[in-house]
Design a protein around this ligand. Structure first.
Ligand code: SAM
Length: 674
């Protein structure tokens, strides 16, 4: 467990020529005179990238994956990006994974990349989308999604051990082994092997024995070749044979949390164009999933039983990006943290004119003395970088500058507005059956039609219970009523109560027991009630009263200043899961899980790495509760990575926590305790 998500800064010395030099490692990031040529020679040329990218189309591959040790200034990444766009077919995607323990600040990065004017367009885009300096996995989408950067900020070994990916070429950079022996560890080589397939290549600027031996030991063929410029030697090679099974390579965790499909069952697996995914439900979960898939070149059909997009809980007029960040590091908190950073970036990217997304920040006031102390210790211990959470005002509040509010329906429409997405409204999924033939496919039926899909993703929140052909889920509804109050009426009520109507103005989202956002179209939107075991769909005055008292407290107005008769509102039902964590991943039959993993009921500590149940292309994405704006974009990207067999944007420990099989597995383990 980490004590802080903040990272150590690199110790840099800038030469007269403007090139960064690490004083910590006493080594250079790149050669100041010939850095570009060196990168192209060592990494691009010696992995034969130009030839391999040109032939992507004929080899039916939709993507290519590079992984690197040591992101540094991103020079290798930028060169690969530029060359990929020049050589690869236009419908293919480059995935670039890199790790960095001491990330440069944005200003240091800007400084360093000034040296390469020919890369300016790419550098500027990287700088604009450079992630917050916070520990963990960051996914950055560039060039309209054609370039996907997966950046691990933290120790290389930890990053690669947390990753699921199928790497085609390795850039083994990182400072010289003599200056940085810790990085070039046997565990790192083990993961390089695990993440590689037959034919995966590597190249590295060094020919040091520790590197050549490490790679040979895990099965790579290693050759020394002429180094760049005056350098005598460097090393290159490839993996002749992958001895690990697919599941050993893909799932480092327990077998029941495997998430990958066996490509053998799907001959068209590499061709995104041949996939056709049915997404059921057009709320936030469905829209973000469809968006992520379409960005990867996959055809998506969305079936929505309602008359419009976002017609249920995702249809409130104004939603806030409100992560509940914990005071300690857990896999679930890591999920919410990286999902939050991803969502904030995505909304800014989708709406750079700030039409439906306002990144105005969010103030979270403590709801109790205990929470006040929790906030104080979270700040004191510097758990989060200041750019993510900082102190605010005198009430013991914390402030989240990357938060803000969204017009939810506009967001969902924007996400679904893609040529590869076909949204069919008033279309209810009535039956789903699997065809036995290879490639597997799913026959989905409505009252009026039947259609075949390669994959299906169920994003139907509480309505999932009605799909009785699917395994039962533990999801349950929690009623929420939001209230709206026109500013005019609120001002009048303030003047009647001798209150200052300036208090109605807030520049940022305010949260405590409830929330209020800055006014949208001269109306305040606030709420929300939290009514478990309440199925009432009607808007109730009693709900407005509760919301108004919370609003008055948030705005420091006297109690009963505002009137419920002035309020409008909306009721919807959050979809909650008993462990307050969404269910995202492949669906398996509980009967099969019970029969294959029955040993768990006798031995809860059983470690099983032999995957018994193959994934067959059926997924679920539900249970986002009140946090859908935070959690759905990254969840969608994660599901898209499973379906396209591309690098996961989530750490394995997070994948396990979100896995739909967790309830059956827990029950099996508990039956042993009884
Ligand atoms: N590829 C980089 C580029 O294109 O600018 C240059 C990489 S620089 C030579 C080496 C990088 O490896 C540094 O940024 C350093 O902080 C990083 N590094 C060193 N040890 C590491 C470790 N154990 N885990 C992760 N990153 C590490």
């Amino acid at each position: 467990m980490l004590t802080s998500y903040c990272l150590a800064s690199p110790q840099l010395n800038w030469g007269d020529d403007g090139a960064p030099h690490s004083t910590q490692f006493d080594d250079v990031y790149f050669d100041k005179d010939a850095g570009l040529e060196e990168t192209r020679y060592v990494f691009l040329q010696h992995n034969q990238l130009d030839e391999r990218w040109k032939s992507l189309g004929s080899s039916n591959k939709s993507h290519f994956t590079i992984a690197e040790t040591g992101f540094g200034t991103g020079l290798n990444f930028l060169c690969a990006w530029q060359a990929f766009l020049a050589s690869a077919p236009s419908d293919t995607t480059l995935h670039f994974i890199s790790v960095e323990k001491f990330p440069l600040s944005k200003s240091a990065l800007t400084n360093a990349l000034k040296m390469w004017p020919s890369l300016e367009t790419y550098s500027q885009a990287l700088i604009a989308h450079y992630p917050e300096l916070s520990h963990g996995l960051h996914r950055i989408e560039l060039a309209q999604g054609r370039i996907q950067l997966t950046l691990w900020f933290g120790e290389a070994e930890e990053g690669f051990s947390a990753l699921n990916a199928d790497v085609d070429a390795w850039f083994l950079d990182g400072f010289a082994p003599s200056k940085n022996p810790e990085m070039w560890s046997p565990t790192l080589f083990k993961h390089i092997h695990r993440l590689s397939h037959q034919g995966t290549s590597f190249s590295t600027f060094t020919a040091a024995g520790i590197v050549r031996r490490g790679l040979k030991e895990v099965g790579f063929e290693v050759r020394k070749v002429k180094g760049f410029g005056h350098k005598r030697e460097m090393a290159v090679g490839e993996l002749a044979e992958q001895t690990l099974s697919l599941t050993e390579r893909m799932s480092q965790g327990e077998a029941w949390f495997n998430v990958r499909q066996n490509p053998a069952a799907l001959p068209t697996n590499n061709e995104n164009q041949n996939k056709h995914v049915l997404v059921v439900g057009a709320g936030l979960a469905g829209a973000t999933t469809a968006y992520a898939l379409a960005k990867q070149g996959v055809n998506v059909t969305v079936w929505e039983q309602g008359e419009s997009v976002a017609c249920k809980a995702s249809g409130n007029p104004q939603g806030m990006l409100y992560p509940k960040l914990a005071s300690q590091d857990t896999p679930v908190n890591r999920f919410y943290l990286s999902a939050y950073l991803y969502a904030s970036k995505l909304y800014s990217q989708l709406d750079d004119d700030a039409v439906f997304w306002q990144q105005c920040g969010l103030e979270q006031r403590p709801t109790s003395e205990k929470e006040k102390q929790r906030f104080a210790s979270l700040l004191e211990n510097k758990l989060y970088p200041e750019s993510i959470v900082c102190k605010h005002g005198a009430e013991g509040s914390i402030f989240l500058p990357l938060s803000g509010w969204v017009v939810l329906t506009d967001l969902c429409h924007k996400l679904l507005d893609h040529p590869l997405i076909d949204v069919q409204l008033n279309t209810r999924l009535d039956a789903l059956t699997k065809t036995g033939s290879v490639p597997l496919s799913w026959q989905a039926s409505t009252q009026a039609q039947q259609q075949s899909f390669s994959h299906v993703v169920i994003c139907t929140a509480n309505d999932t219970h009605e799909l009785d052909f699917l395994p039962k889920t533990p999801a349950y509804p929690i009623r929420g009523q939001v209230s709206y109050l026109p500013l005019e009426a609120a001002k009048k009520a303030c003047s009647n109560a001798n209150e200052d109507s300036a208090k109605l103005t807030t520049e940022h989202v305010l949260c405590q027991k409830g929330y209020v956002s800055p006014a949208l179209q001269d109306t305040l939107h606030f709420g929300s009630t939290y009514d478990a075991k309440d199925q009432d769909e009607t808007v109730r005055t009693e709900g407005h009263c509760r919301n108004l008292r919370i609003l008055e407290s948030l705005l420091h107005l006297k109690e009963n200043t505002l009137n419920e008769e002035d309020c409008g509102g909306r009721v919807s039902f959050r979809c909650a899961i008993p462990d307050y964590t969404p269910m995202i991943g492949p669906i398996a039959s509980p009967v099969e899980l019970h029969s294959h993993y029955a040993i768990l009921s006798k031995n809860a500590k059983w470690k099983c790495h032999q995957v018994a149940i193959e994934q067959e292309g059926l997924f679920i994405n539900i249970g986002h509760g009140s946090r859908g704006l935070v959690s759905t974009p990254l969840s969608g990207a994660y599901l898209a990575s499973l379906i396209t067999n591309t690098p996961s944007p989530l750490e394995q420990s997070i994948i396990n926590k979100l896995h739909p099989n967790r309830f059956v597995i827990r029950a099996l383990k508990r039956s042993n305790a009884n």
